[in-house]
Ligand binder design. Structure first.
Ligand SMILES: [Fe+2]
Length: 249
């Protein structure tokens, strides 16, 4: 049993164990292929915090991560935990976990036939895409604050939709300006070669991050993103999550 699971009430039925021994050689080889495909581009275009986090939490190119080992490194840094779950969570369970600094993490891995895209998140999207950023103290605080705010808005569909846009344009498709260049930090970019290439080649319109605009910006999940919002620092999204609490709660 996960030692931190005790205080999760809504999410409890979705918690599972990662059976790391059960991964096959083919699955580890698919992971290795996925990492090899992404790393050359990310070495140039991912933000420094992502690349540092990748090292700090001990991700490897050749094997699927063992979440218990990741958490031994991640926990002491920021108090976050990559917690294995059975799949998509209902919103209240998802926000409860974020507010408790537990990231719902799937354990299955896509097959070789679908290296670029899976309709549902898998361990590559969740761990390779998301978890390295959780080693960064400000991003870590932002994500918990995000979960806290959303957990208080469960009865208001419209406000939750606005918060969903904040998640989309930061956690999933966030970009940051560093040393005069656009760098990637959102997991939907980090884990997708196609989406990242589109951004690097100047596809989307890039606007300065603005909370009011983000809360009202529609997006399509099924297409390349037409608009992205660039921050100057991660303090900006932490402040935005606090500001969102004032505006929406
Ligand atoms: Fe994601």
């Amino acid at each position: 049993m996960n030692p931190t699971a005790a205080h999760l009430h809504i999410a409890e039925p979705f918690l599972i164990q990662q059976d790391w021994q059960a991964y096959t050689g083919e699955q580890h080889a698919v992971w290795a292929e996925l990492v090899r495909r992404r790393m050359p581009q990310l070495a140039k275009h991912a933000c420094a915090e992502y690349l540092d986090g990748f090292e700090q939490i001990g991700l490897r190119e050749d094997t699927i991560p063992n979440l218990a080992e990741v958490n031994l490194r991640l926990g002491p840094r920021t108090g976050w935990n990559a917690t294995p779950v059975s799949g998509f969570l209902p919103p209240d369970a998802f926000f409860e976990m974020l507010a408790a600094r537990q990231f719902p993490t799937t354990t299955w891995l896509r097959k070789r036939e679908s290296l670029e895209y899976t309709p549902e998140p898998d361990i590559f999207h969740d761990v390779f895409g998301h978890v390295p950023m959780h080693a960064h103290p400000v991003f870590a605080d932002f994500l918990q604050q995000y979960g806290r705010v959303c957990a208080t808005l469960m009865d208001d569909k419209e406000k939750l939709e606005k918060m969903g846009r904040l998640f989309w344009f930061t956690v999933e498709f966030g970009i940051i300006r560093q040393k005069g260049a656009i760098k990637l930090y959102g997991s939907g970019l980090i884990s997708s070669h196609g989406e990242s290439t589109y951004v690097i080649q100047g596809g989307p319109e890039i606007r300065d991050f603005n909370l009011e605009q983000v809360l009202n910006q529609q997006f399509l999940v099924s297409e390349m993103q037409k608009v992205l919002y660039a921050v100057e620092s991660f303090d900006q999204i932490y402040e935005a999550a606090k500001e969102a609490e004032h505006r929406l709660s």
